[in-house]
Design a protein around this ligand. Structure first.
Ligand SMILES: [Zn+2]
Length: 334
């Protein structure tokens, strides 16, 4: 029995990959991309197993039973190198890449291809990426390099240009909801799915983490700031302390919807709550140019989250404007 599986929205991509594999035209370097929550890693794992499997044919997944499959399932296949961030570290170190290159340069143990899987590839630092580039420029025969990342723009152009991109696209809304209902039953899946940029696996994770209630709370907090009933600094402190990533990601998506809604003349996205009326009239009267500038600031703050920047000031920079007609009142740290 195969231990690999595919999500329904990956089937076409899989078919294309299998066509290349079966006609021995699989490129020596692949870059698997797509939003978080589309199953990039699962697809990469299925491909790795299928490349080694000696039983599967056509479009089938790896058989799960042959010698190679057993070694893959036991995570001990000698011709597979996995490269990821080591525990306690934040980046893939250059020494790890060098070790991988040495390994790829050696003869295959089992007479197969040698495969290297790098994930998340955007977490290589500059020297790691540089070192990897050499392998991409002079690939040895029978090696396959698979890079996986949701953020390909963070990889050097020189790496991107040497990999064939395999992009997993989100399924349509209906297929996404169908999958979610099958996995987890009926629910109001729309908001979580929209927030996850259409990625069903992420929508499911959000749902399990109490997303629906949480976003209503976040919206209420902003409503209260607009209505002058709440101190943005206090809200900032709460956001900084409790899942700042989710708060800012939500703000980014929500503000984007508000801009669109305002242009289309419908602000239905704003749910009820004591300050819904005040919030709607605030959005209807805001200068759109200012709103776009604000959205840029939110995007910038979101990117800064991963740095050592002070989270309280970051949250203040995006929350205080709601008390001042969205005017930027303090600079966003760089
Ligand atoms: Zn097999």
């Amino acid at each position: 029995m195969s231990t690999q599986s595919l999500y329904p929205w990956q089937e076409k991509t899989w078919e294309t990959l299998m066509k290349s594999l079966n006609s021995e035209r699989l490129p020596h370097a692949l870059l698997i991309t797509g939003h978080d929550g589309l199953g990039k890693q699962e697809l990469a794992e299925a491909l790795v197993a299928r490349v080694f499997c000696k039983q599967a044919s056509d479009r089938e997944l790896a058989c799960g039973g042959c010698g190679n499959c057993q070694l893959i399932n036991a995570a001990s296949h000698p011709d597979l190198v996995r490269l990821t961030v080591e525990e306690g570290k934040t980046r893939i170190a250059v020494q790890q890449v060098r070790d991988m290159i040495t390994h790829l340069g050696m003869k295959s143990y089992r007479g197969n291809e040698k495969v290297a899987l790098v994930y998340p590839a955007d977490l290589m630092n500059a020297s790691s990426a540089n070192s990897l580039l050499k392998t991409l420029e002079e690939p040895s025969d029978g090696t396959l390099l698979i890079l996986v990342t949701a953020r390909p723009s963070r990889l050097p152009a020189t790496i991107l240009s040497r990999c064939q991109r395999v992009e997993i696209k989100p399924p349509g809304r209906d297929l996404g909801i169908q999958w979610l209902e099958k996995e987890h039953g009926k629910a109001d899946w729309g908001p979580a799915l929209a927030f996850a940029s259409g990625a069903p696996v992420k929508a499911l994770e959000l749902h399990k983490a109490g997303f629906a209630k949480r976003i209503i709370d976040l919206e209420k907090q902003i409503g209260a700031i607009v209505a002058g009933r709440s101190d943005p600094t206090a809200v900032a402190s709460e956001w900084a302390g409790k899942d700042p990533q989710l708060c800012l990601e939500w703000l980014k998506v929500w503000a984007g919807y508000l801009i669109r809604g305002r242009s289309l003349g419908s602000l239905d996205i704003i749910s009820g709550g004591a300050d819904a009326k005040a919030l709607k009239s605030f959005i209807q009267n805001i200068d759109l140019k200012m709103f776009f500038k604000y959205l840029d600031d939110v995007n910038r703050s979101f990117r800064l989250l991963e740095t050592t920047v002070n989270k309280q000031s970051l949250m203040e920079a995006v929350l205080i404007p709601w008390a001042h007609g969205l005017k930027r009142v303090q600079p966003i740290a760089d």
